[in-house]
Every structure is written in structure tokens, then in C-alpha cells.
Design a protein around this ligand. Structure first.
Ligand SMILES: Nc1nc2c(ncn2[C@@H]2O[C@H](COP(=O)(O)OP(=O)(O)OP(=O)(O)O)[C@@H](O)[C@H]2O)c(=O)[nH]1
Length: 392
């Protein structure tokens, strides 16, 4: 054989050997496995579910009788039980413990400072700071410090009882123990008394309107409520709940409707029903002073076609400090406020706001909110308040 032939045969043998080696050694399983068909499970014929409908057909024709239906009776919803709230007298005494925070900061703080042996300038600065922190306001604070300094000089050495008496007297002077805080809710012959409740939304205005209605009902008056806060739909529902609980009629209008028209209807209803008092809750979410003036002015004018507005109660949140005070001032400029309902006085250390708000607005605090309970609104009693601050 020619050497070329031998080489060709050797090359061919090598190629074949390499090919077989590749087939033997190539890695397996890299490709995706083919989908595995699940084995078919055959259900014996007698256990197979019959097609839907077959059972109904069977039942209808043979074994199970159709369910017995009793004729529908109209559902009678019993009217909500009308509550008899407690009278307003003595409420502040009952709720005095709620002033605990103010008592610590304002009452006890001042008592401690004034009981120090030496009352140097630093101590007087601390007294001043305590009063300002409790929202007493700058001018009343300065007046108080001035008076206290003079009294302390006159007294010389002071017993704890003398310090307490001194502070009690000074606080009562600043709060105005003899201001007239009567809520004018006496009807005028056949016409009801009218209370207009104004203030920024969120201060507890609707809640206070409801609580006031309860308190008046507790005092034996009949009340009609006017939901003239048509801006906030929930306010009317809220008022309805308050009214239902004590059997007071609630006059409401469409959402976004004219508040003056609701107020008018409420007074008309109160007059027709010979109610003692009509309380009208108004909206406070007005952005401009002119808008507010227009709306509240109109509400008042429209009511006065039928009755007299006896009270314009401004609701103010005791926890909002100077910011709340500024908003309150806008209301006071727009309507003749006759009294303040100070809410959320429980749990705030800023009880001194009673002094500053009266001085700033020139009207007395007539009602105080001392909790979230329905009967936690009390006629404001300065003596009970001061005694609660100073502790017994
Ligand atoms: N602790 C305490 N909570 C109060 C008092 N008065 C109102 N509240 C609560 O404050 C919460 C908020 O009240 P608001 O957001 O002012 O609601 P509202 O009473 O509908 O007031 P408007 O928005 O002005 O209509 C409610 O849960 C009230 O129960 C109060 O004197 N003390």
C-alpha cells in the first residue's frame, strides 16, 4: 500500500475514534426537560360528580322538599331610647380632677415658687415664665407679677396658707370672678331663645353644640338644633345623633346649601314647636374674613326676621394657644360674640388661656369642655377652677 493511503486510513480511524469519544462524554441534561404529562387518573363511574343541574333536577322531582318560606314581615326598628341627661349645675365640681395638668404647671408651680424663702429676681423671672407658658398672656402676666410682688412685700414672711390665699385672690382677679357668665337661653314668650355657635371647624364646635343641647335638656328645656354647617356633611349627621339621643329635633339642609336658610328653618321650627331654645351650628371653614362676614352676617340677619339672637358663642380650643386666639379674633370682629366656650381644657397645661382670651376678646368664658364624654361640658365657675388649680 502507498504511504499516502496508509496515512489516509490512519486519519480516518482517528476521526472516527474522536467522534465516538465525544458522543460518550458529552454532558447530559442541559436542555429543558420535556413537559411531563400527568398520568391520567380515571375516576370510577359511580363516584364521578354528576353535571351541575342534575342534582337540582333530581331533588326537585324526587326526595328533598323545597325549603319552607314564611311570608316576610315588615321589620320594625324601635326608635332610639331618649336619654335624660343630668342637669348642668355642679358639673365643674364633678370634672375638676380633669384639670390635673394645668394644676401641676400653673397652680402647683406657682405655689412652689412663691413659697421660697427668698424671692429674688431669678425667682420672679421663673414666676413670669410659668404664667407665660400656661398661656396667661404677656400683659396679664406682667400685671399679676406686679401685684404679687407688692403683696409679698406687705406680707413679709409667708406661711403656705398665706401664699395660697394670695395666689387664689390674684388668679380670681385676673379671671374676673364677678363677670356675668349667664347663658341667655330664656325664651321670649312664644318665641324661643336663639344661640348661634360659631368658630373654626375642628375646635369641637359641633360637639359643643350637641353637648349644650344635652345640658339644656338636662335642665328641663326643650331644644331644636339647626345644622347650618352645610359645608361639612358629617356635621349634620353628627348633630342628628346628638339630637336623637335627647329627643331634640334637628333641622338640616342639603350639603353645600345655604346656611342662612337652614338657620331660618330651624328658628321657624323652634317657634312652631314652642321650643325653649334653638341652637344653630354654623360653618367655620371660610378662607377670607369677607366671606366669613358675609355668611355669618347673613345667618344672623335672617334669624332676626323671626327671633332675637340671644347668644353668639365662640368655640375655642384651649390647646391651640396663640394661633387659635388669632382665629378667634377674626370671628369676634365679624360677629358680636357674647360668650366663649373653651373646649379641651382637660389634659392641657395651658389653663391660663382663660385669662388671655377674655382680655383679648373682651367677653367672658361661659362654658368649658372638660372631656369627650357627652356630659363633659360645664358652666364655667372661676372659684371651682382656681381651687382645682391650687389643689385643696
Ligand atoms: N378631651 C376633650 N375632647 C373634646 C372636647 N370637646 C371636643 N372634643 C373632642 O374633639 C374631637 C374633635 O372634635 P372636632 O374635630 O372639633 O369635631 P367637631 O366637634 O365636629 O367640630 P367641628 O369640626 O368644629 O364641627 C372629638 O372627638 C371631640 O369629642 C373637650 O372638651 N375635651
Amino acid at each position: 500500500m502507498e504511504p499516502i493511503g496508509i496515512i489516509a486510513i490512519a486519519v480516518a480511524i482517528l476521526v472516527l475514534a474522536a467522534g465516538s469519544m465525544f458522543l460518550l462524554l458529552r454532558p447530559r441534561g442541559k436542555a429543558a426537560p420535556p413537559p411531563v404529562e400527568p398520568p391520567e387518573v380515571r375516576i370510577p363511574e359511580e363516584t364521578q360528580a354528576p353535571p351541575r343541574g342534575a342534582v337540582e333536577d333530581q331533588e326537585a322531582t324526587t326526595t328533598i322538599p323545597p325549603p319552607r318560606t314564611t311570608p316576610a314581615e315588615p321589620m320594625v326598628v324601635p326608635p332610639p331610647a331618649v336619654e335624660i341627661p343630668p342637669p348642668s349645675a355642679g358639673r365643674m365640681v364633678r370634672l375638676r380632677a380633669r384639670l390635673a395638668r394645668s394644676q401641676n404647671t400653673l397652680g402647683k408651680g406657682l405655689l412652689d415658687l412663691l413659697s421660697r424663702d427668698r424671692l429674688d429676681d431669678d425667682t420672679w423671672d421663673e414666676i413670669e415664665e410659668t404664667l407665660i407658658t400656661a398661656d396667661v398672656g404677656i400683659a396679664p402676666t406682667q400685671a399679676m407679677v406686679q401685684d404679687l410682688r407688692t403683696q409679698v412685700k406687705v406680707l413679709g414672711s409667708r406661711t403656705p396658707d398665706e401664699v395660697r390665699a394670695l395666689l387664689r385672690k390674684e388668679l380670681l382677679i385676673q379671671i374676673g370672678a364677678d363677670l356675668d357668665r349667664t347663658l341667655h337661653v330664656q325664651p321670649h314668650g312664644e318665641r324661643p331663645a336663639v344661640v348661634l355657635v360659631v368658630g373654626v371647624n375642628g375646635t369641637g364646635k359641633t360637639t359643643t353644640t350637641g353637648k349644650l343641647a344635652r345640658s339644656l335638656v338636662g335642665d328641663g328645656r326643650s331644644v331644636v338644633l339647626g345644622a347650618a354647617d352645610t359645608f361639612r356633611a358629617a356635621a349634620a349627621d353628627q348633630l342628628q345623633t346628638w339630637g336623637d339621643r335627647v329627643g331634640a329635633e334637628v333641622v338640616r339642609g342639603p350639603e353645600g346649601g345655604d346656611p342662612a336658610s337652614v338657620a331660618f328653618d330651624a328658628v321657624a321650627k323652634g317657634t312652631a314647636d314652642k321650643a325653649d331654645v334653638v341652637i344653630v351650628d354654623t360653618a367655620g371653614r371660610l378662607h377670607t374674613k369677607t366671606g366669613l362676614m358675609d355668611e355669618l352676617g347673613k345667618v344672623k340677619r335672617v334669624i332676626e326676621k323671626k327671633a332675637t339672637v340671644d347668644e353668639v358663642l365662640l368655640v375655642l380650643d384651649a390647646t391651640t394657644g396663640q394661633n387659635g386666639m388669632r382665629q378667634a379674633q377674626v370671628f369676634a370682629e365679624v360677629v358680636d360674640v357674647t360668650g366663649i366656650a373653651l373646649t379641651k381644657l382637660d389634659g392641657t397645661a395651658k389653663g391660663g388661656i382663660i385669662i388671655s382670651v377674655q382680655r383679648e376678646l373682651g367677653v367672658p368664658v361661659k362654658l368649658v369642655g372638660l372631656g369627650e364624654g357627652p356630659d363633659d361640658l360645664a358652666p364655667f365657675d372661676p372659684e371651682v377652677f382656681v381651687d382645682a388649680l391650687l389643689g385643696d
